[in-house]
Design a protein around this ligand. Sequence first.
Ligand code: GTP
Ligand code: GTP
Ligand code: MG
Ligand code: MG
Lengths: 300, 271
Amino acid sequence: GLSEKFQRIVKKIRGEGTLTDANMEEALGEVRQALLEGDVNVDVVKQFIERVRERARGQEVMLSLSPAQQLIKVIHLELMRLLGGADAAPSIPGRVRDGLNLKDFPSVIFLVGLQGSGKTTTASKLALYLEKRGLTPLLASTDLQRPAAREQLRILAQQHKHPYFEGTSSSVVELGRECLNQARLKGFNPLILDTAGRLHVDEALMDELVALRDSLRPSEVLYVADSMTGQDAVRSSQAFNARLNLTGIILTKLDGDSRGGAALSIREVTGKPIRFAGTGEKPGDFEVFQPDRMTSRILG
Amino acid sequence: FSPLRAVDPAMLDELEERLLAADLGVAASRKLVDELKKRKFASSDEVLPALKAGMVDMLPPPQHHDGVKPWVTLFVGVNGSGKTTTVAKVGRLLKSAGHGVILVAADTFRAAAGEQLEIWAERLDLPVIRQRTGSDPAALVFDGIRAARAQGVDDVLVDTAGRLQTKKHLMAELEKVRRVAARELPGAPHSTLIVLDATVGQNGLVQCREFHQAVPLTGIVLTKMEGTAKGGIVFSIAEELRLPVEYIGVGEKGEDLLPFSPAAFVEALFE
Ligand SMILES: Nc1nc2c(ncn2[C@@H]2O[C@H](COP(=O)(O)OP(=O)(O)OP(=O)(O)O)[C@@H](O)[C@H]2O)c(=O)[nH]1
Ligand SMILES: Nc1nc2c(ncn2[C@@H]2O[C@H](COP(=O)(O)OP(=O)(O)OP(=O)(O)O)[C@@H](O)[C@H]2O)c(=O)[nH]1
Ligand SMILES: [Mg+2]
Ligand SMILES: [Mg+2]
């Protein structure tokens, strides 16, 4: 669906018989402003507008549409392509619906990201989600740095009767191995591993996460991002992706009223699919990500 | 003698992009650049310093504390912004300045919220008032103020649960906390600080607007500033609501809190 603002932009150029360079630029200017106000990254907006301009003028003329209609279609298609993408869930045997790769036994899912983005809460939501689909996840955390971090996950697991394991090692990598061994021993699948929040510029903590990944070989490394993030979304997600090769994104706090342009920025810059959306603090506030809802939200 | 000339449009565009990249937002970036457009300079080297000076001028001075005792500070903000950690850091700072401090763990909702602040209180050797999950946050604030008056404590720092401004019942809960504080101690809460994550985009302005309606804000704490985010949203917040930044958080340890310096902040923005 197209947002109100987008409709207004559409009406403006629909009024013209043919799409001149001048009113195309005006329309693109409006779209640019809407995207910036919606927190899409400045460089991502630049590239997006450039691609739209080329496509609208280019050889891909749709003969049944007026130039103005063509511009609208290109903008909408380009946004949908960016956010959803037909490449979001390639078919691989052993995959669960909604695109998670769980073909190992036990599979390991990492939840990673910046401080406060919602990883611990998302871990318990993901456990409930997978349980409803017939899996037997084990929840565990390697966060040894935040006060009461593991306690938080333990309480969430207890509240909703999810299996939870707390290792005793004081080294993050060894603790991770302990949790994996427990999953293997007790027949749980997958292991959902909550990790400590960290800055992408904290070399030591990023190295620790890479070491954890090298040791546990997770089939899913999900970047948990706060949907109200502004321009910085590109820097942090890009850095995490470069070091870890993320497999997917989870956007949280979509029950707020932020426009969520970070979704576009993160997707554009990492190329990784947005799998899920967090829509509240309760365990059921978790759903498969809907790209079309997101496009109208971002445009405002 | 050097003739005065208008700023090269390419330079203005580049500066506007840097402001946008710092989360100043379309309106504030445009306003600052428009002001540069109106001026003439002897050399292009003078432009950036002029922009920086204009930005420093936009930032209001910190709130004045007039030694009322106990001084009650309420910490509010959306989920995960850094409130609990900030309460601990401010407690440590005040204690090191010789103040008697009481922490109030008024987040009675989130899993392990009380435990988290309790661990901090233990580390910093500060008293903390807390109850079981599900108890009324207003009652805890009431207890905190009572205890502070009885013990002659200088500062009461109240941690609250994270909440999105879209949740009207949670905003109402915050109003109630403020009312109860004011009834128990006229003038309380003397400071109400919204804790903003430096990575927040334009929604940071909406958060301030909405929270300000529920509980009059007196200032901002900008956390996670040692990352790559610039926290530029504070400029439009300053324009619209005249809220000063009181502190910035620069890490996860107790000592990782700095009093806000507009000049240092603007310098860092352009680094
Ligand atoms: N409203 C809302 N709140 C959320 C959502 N996801 C998480 N939260 C809240 O956001 C806050 C931070 O969540 P956590 O799960 O502690 O975040 P985290 O990433 O584990 O934090 P660190 O471990 O410190 O990095 C908590 O108050 C959660 O209840 C969501 O989708 N909507
Ligand atoms: N890097 C960095 N992390 C910070 C800073 N301040 C807080 N954090 C981290 O951010 C995460 C969330 O902090 P909390 O204090 O739990 O945030 P909160 O606002 O109380 O969260 P809720 O109560 O769940 O709404 C924790 O991992 C903190 O260690 C900071 O200045 N820099
Ligand atoms: Mg956590
Ligand atoms: Mg808290």
